[in-house]
Design a protein around this ligand. Sequence first.
Ligand code: R5P
Length: 297
Amino acid sequence: MPTPTLLLCFADELPLARRIAAASGMALAEIERHVFPDGELRLRLPPQLPQRVVLLRSLHGPNVKLLELLLTARTARTLGARQLTLVAPYLAYMRQDIAFHPGEAISQTIVGEHLAQLFDAVLTIDPHLHRVATLAQAVPARQTLALTAAPLLGDWVFRQCPDALLVGPDEESAQWIQAAARAHGLEHAVCSKNRHGDREVEVVLPQVDVKDRAVVLLDDIASSGRTLAQAARALLAAGARSVDVAVTHALFAGDALQVIRSAGVGRVWSTDSVPHASNSVGIAGLLADALDSVAPA
Ligand code: R5P
C-alpha cells in the first residue's frame, strides 16, 4: 500500500494544488496564514501530519515566501513529517549564480542551501541554470528533480500554429527551444542577447529568414518583458508575419505585458507554474508523475 502523503499549500495556490492532488491522489490541506499588523506571519498547519509531506510553493515574489518555507518546514518536522518535499514550480534566485561585482551575494548558492537544509527533496520546472550544470549543484538537497515544461509548450504551440518558427530570445533558451521543437519537428533558431541593465537588453536575430513567418518566441521566464519585447521588435522589423510568445514562468513584473504588447506581440501563453491570465498549459500532471519518483527518505 502506498505511504499516505499530504500535499500542503497556501490559499493563493489552491487551484494548482487541487489539480496536483487530483492527478496524484494525494490528500490536500491548506496552511492558514495570518499577517499581523506589523507584517509578521503566523502560520498554522494541520496538527497531525503523516510521515510524507509535500509543500507546494511557487517562488514568484520570493522574499516573504522564503520565510514561509522556513516556518512551514520546521513546524512540519515537529508535527510528524519525516520526509519533506518542496514543489516549487518556479524556483527563484537562480539567475544570480556568480558575483557579477565584488561584494555581491551569490543568491543561487545561498537560497539553494537554505532550501536543502529544510527539505529532503526539491522539485521544480525549467530552473534557470546557466553557469551551473545541474539543479543538485544549486540546491544540494538529498534529491532534486528539474522537470521541463518545454515539450508541453511545444505541443501547445504546434496546436495553435503548426507552421510556427520557434525562436529563443537568447543563447540560454537553446535548451528549451530544442526540447519544445523536437516532438513536432518545428523549425527553430536562437537569438543572441546582451543585457545592459534590468530593463535594457539588446537582441540580435539569428541567420534565418523570418519573412512572412509566424514566429513564436519561447523562453523560460518573462520578468520585465524587455527580452521578449526587443526580440519581437527585431523579428517584426525583419518581416515576420506575426510574433506570439510562450513562456514557462509568467512573472510579467510591472508593465511587462504592456511593453510586450506595444512591441507588436499577439498571443501570450504560459504554463500555470505562476498564476497569470496567460496560463494555457497545465503542469499538474507533470508534477504528479514526478512526485511518484521521489525516493523515500
Ligand atoms: C534570462 O536569460 C532568462 O532566460 C530570461 O530571458 C530573462 O530572465 C527575461 O528577463 P526579462 O523579461 O526581464 O528581460
